[in-house]
Design a protein around this ligand. Structure first.
Ligand SMILES: *[C@@H]1O[C@H](CO)[C@@H](O)[C@H](O)[C@H]1NC(C)=O
Ligand SMILES: *[C@@H]1O[C@H](CO)[C@@H](O)[C@H](O)[C@H]1NC(C)=O
Ligand SMILES: *[C@@H]1O[C@H](CO)[C@@H](O)[C@H](O)[C@H]1NC(C)=O
Length: 771
């Protein structure tokens, strides 16, 4: 990302102590400048992204029926607004584009309206707010998944609200139309034809791709939290979904009906990492200071997220109303600031927080590097007493080493890869064991981003870990941005190594994907195969840093056709794009993909921009669903699943299989679906269990042997019969208890660190010229 201009206001410690509780009570609406304004004015959600067009209420392209009255004020977009309190009065507007937004006011005299697009009723919007003084320039309705075509939007005033005597009103301040990306307009893929043209499709091998739903907040981070919902976390920007009168930067997404519910966040989560703890609480850490820039949100009421620890308690009900993100930097924070850190769950159920920069920027360097690990909850390793522990690997791997690749291994140690290097970290002894360097100078972490998976662990392979790392770039990471181009080819290399003595001695096996990719996503399927999706064929991660940017994107040539890797296949012939559909939606920087409990792969995001933009490559809210061939076959089903499965504990499952199915190939897997951001699929894991033969619909299985093989915490259980998986069910693996808590270490972190250390350090060192 581009160097951001931080808040010029530099609070002192005493001011902060005063400010934080106030902000916590009134999280929104403390802003006073609009994104593009030269002078201070009230902050509102109204935003015209570059590439989009605004139409004022007085535009001749807008027609009104019934009685509407004009109101004039500088508080309105274009200084005017039209309102009606006549029931059934309507406004209609014809436009060509893929998205439309309605802006207007909300207060206690406003009420419901019906929104109709192309003759079809699509929503009932309530513009009521309990406030007496109106909230102006609010985004009252938005749709971003229309086909690129001519559309008609009609809004009808309902005119009544239960418990309200007088007719209610609605108003129109402005419409904003987004043209968006559609078809080849955005996806000038070099690759796309490969799959479709050369390979004959076979019905039972066909994958399907459908576009359903929009995320409301851009999907930078994605994690499935229950059988019915995923959590999406973004950075602070002008997302259409609002909360407390300002754009939201987190949301819960229904995997059942695609509904989005905004989630309140206190600090800027750009770019955080996350993991579940052993008790099912999700921890999300790190982020960005408050951002202020010409095109960026001046003030959404967010606070500095660099040291943030955010807790999201388990939320399994299909009504997600009570789900909340908890943050209180006075009582809970990291000991050091982190931007682009990786977070994984280790064998004692706590979170290991790895690396990152001490402030936002782009390519890491020695000045901003945070070459340490710390834990949540804080713990004492060899006397560290909660404070960060130096890792020489994170110094050695400068510059391209942000969002390091990390996996917990079946011996309790941690595999790490960053830049061109790899190592095994013994977190208890705090020792590092170097592994062979990745072949052919391929760099695999931000901004030369590749992706990695821990291949399936099974009793058959004695839970021997094997790592696969794909994509990235061979560019020199000491080259300045002005000598790197979005057109430089990415790498198609995959490197694979077995992590035991013999495997390490044998070194990395090199294979090649059919296309080069930077920023790919690797998604483990219950079948044990790995889907590689998303990314670009040229350039590197980030925006605004290199030459020949496309819009602001540092990468180009989106790779639009996924490819499947079969780890058990014949070496060099493990990739196949047979029956793979090609997307029309580029998924470049800040794209995500995850397996969902039902078995489909959810693909979302892409936003190589400082703030929401409609210029190629624009901010993408549309969700796509890749359905593997097994989704259209008759599938096994599993009855009630124990809510909690202890290590090595045997349990029974009721299994139903389609009539006539042979029962000699039945597997049970526990999967961690991963916390996905920046091509890192933290904790992504597939562990096959020891099972008995399926007889009379009953299968006995044993929980994973121990917390090294599956770090204690949530997972999804799938049954796989002859390669066809059931739907997954959420289970808790282990005791379900929280990770170890070291009160001394917690106290010591709070005593030895300050809230928003980065802001304070800036205030004190006037000599810091890097801003
Ligand atoms: C190190 O990175 C920071 C953040 O991107 C940047 O501001 C600074 O100029 C860089 N320093 C050097 C020596 O490149
Ligand atoms: C499977 O076979 C059973 C017993 O023969 C029968 O009752 C049931 O309807 C069959 N199910 C399907 C889906 O064909
Ligand atoms: C899980 O453990 C963490 C860390 O101690 C704690 O903050 C959180 O409240 C616990 N969650 C539940 C559901 O008990």
């Amino acid at each position: 990302m581009r160097e951001l201009i931080w808040r010029s206001f530099r609070p002192t410690v005493s001011l902060l102590l005063f400010l934080v509780p106030v902000l916590a009570k009134e999280p929104a609406w403390n802003g006073h400048t609009t994104p593009t304004a030269q002078k201070k004015a009230p902050f509102t959600p109204y935003y015209v992204p570059p590439g989009a067009k605004s139409y004022d209420s007085t535009s001749p392209l807008i027609s009104y029926k019934g009685t509407w009255t004009d109101h004039y004020s500088t508080a309105y977009i274009g200084k005017s607004l039209r309102a009606t309190s006549e029931p059934l009065a309507e406004v209609s507007f014809s436009f060509t584009g893929t998205g439309v937004e309605w802006f207007g006011s909300m207060d206690n005299q406003h009420g419901p309206a019906i929104v109709i697009i192309d003759g079809k009723r699509v929503a009932e919007v309530d513009t009521y707010s309990a406030r007496m003084a109106p909230l102006r320039q609010q985004r009252l309705f938005w749709a971003f998944d229309l086909a690129l075509a001519h559309h008609t939007l009609k809004i009808v005033n309902v005119g009544a609200r239960t418990g309200y005597q007088r007719p209610t009103k609605i108003d129109l301040d402005a419409f904003v139309v987004t043209r968006g990306c559609a078809g080849l307009a955005c996806g000038t893929g070099r690759d796309s034809v490969l799959a479709a043209a050369n390979l004959p499709a076979r019905r039972d091998m066909d994958w399907t791709l459908t576009q359903e739903g929009t995320t409301g907040v851009h999907a930078m981070q994605l994690v499935v939290i229950s059988d019915t919902h995923a959590l999406i976390v973004d950075k602070v920007e002008h997302n259409p979904l609002t909360i407390d009168g300002h754009p939201a930067w987190a949301a819960l997404y229904s995997l059942e009906d695609n509904a989005v519910t905004p989630l309140r966040m206190q600090s800027n989560s750009f770019c955080a990492g996350g993991t579940f703890l052993s008790n099912g609480t999700l921890v999300n850490v790190g982020g960005n200071p408050v951002v202020e820039d010409y095109t960026s949100a001046a003030d959404f009421g967010d606070v500095d997220g660099l040291q943030a620890v955010r807790l999201f308690a388990p939320c399994d009900s299909s009504s997600v109303e009570d789900c909340a993100m908890y943050e209180n930097h006075d009582r809970m924070r990291m000991a050091s600031p982190r931007w682009y850190n990786t977070v994984i769950r280790i064998n004692d159920g706590s979170a290991m927080i790895i690396g990152g920069s001490k402030k936002g920027g782009w390519m890491n360097n020695a000045t901003v590097n945070n070459p340490t690990v710390e834990y949540y909850p804080p713990k004492s390793i060899q006397g560290s007493n909660g404070m960060p522990i130096d890792i020489s690997f994170l110094v050695k791997t400068l510059n391209s080493n942000l969002f390091p690749i990390a996996f917990s291994l079946p011996n309790g140690k941690i595999f790490m890869a960053a830049n061109r290097d790899a190592m095994i970290y013994d977190w208890q002894a705090n020792t590092e064991q170097d592994l062979p360097q990745l072949p052919n100078d391929v760099r695999v972490t931000y901004p030369m981003t590749g992706t990695a998976v821990l291949l399936p662990l099974s009793p058959e392979n004695n839970y021997t870990p094997e790592i696969l790392i794909c994509g990235g770039s061979t560019l020199d990471d000491h080259t300045p941005g002005y000598e790197i181009s979005s057109q430089n080819p990415a790498s198609s290399q995959c490197s694979r190594m077995v992590l035991d003595d013999a495997g390490i001695a044998a070194g990395w096996l090199v294979e090649y994907m059919p296309q080069a990719r930077v920023m790919p996503d690797a998604v483990l399927l219950p079948t044990g195969q790995v889907l590689i999706v998303n990314g670009g064929a040229t350039g590197i991660s980030g925006y605004g840093n290199v030459v020949e940017q496309v819009g602001a994107s540092n990468a180009d040539y989106p790779v639009l056709t996924p490819v499947l890797y079969d780890p058990a296949g014949i070496p060099q012939r493990r990739f196949s794009a047979l029956g793979m559909p090609t997307s029309a939606i580029p998924r470049l920087y800040h794209s995500v993909a995850t397996l969902t409990p039902k078995g489909a792969v959810m693909v979302a995001g892409s936003n190589p921009n400082l703030d929401r933009s409609e210029v190629k490559y624009g901010t993408e809210y549309r969700v796509e669903w890749l359905r593997p061939p097994y989704m259209s076959q008759e599938r096994p089903a599993v009855g009630a699943v124990p809510r909690r499965i202890d290590f090595d504990e045997s349990f029974q499952l009721d299994v139903e299989v389609p009539n006539g199915t042979a029962l000699d190939n039945v597997k049970v897997s526990i999967m961690d679906l991963g916390y996905v951001t920046h091509a890192v699929h933290a904790n992504s894991r597939l562990v096959y269990l020891v099972t008995t033969t399926l007889e009379n619909g009953i299968l006995t299985a044993r929980g994973p042997p121990n917390g090294n093989i599956y770090p204690p915490g949530p997972g999804w259980l799938y049954i796989i019969v002859n390669g066809v998986p059931s739907e997954g069910k959420k289970v808790m693996i282990g005791s379900g208890n929280g990770p170890p808590v070291d009160e001394d270490a917690i106290r010591h972190v709070l005593e030895s660190s300050a809230v928003d250390q980065y802001e304070i350090s800036k205030g004190k060192s006037a000599a810091d010229s890097s801003e």
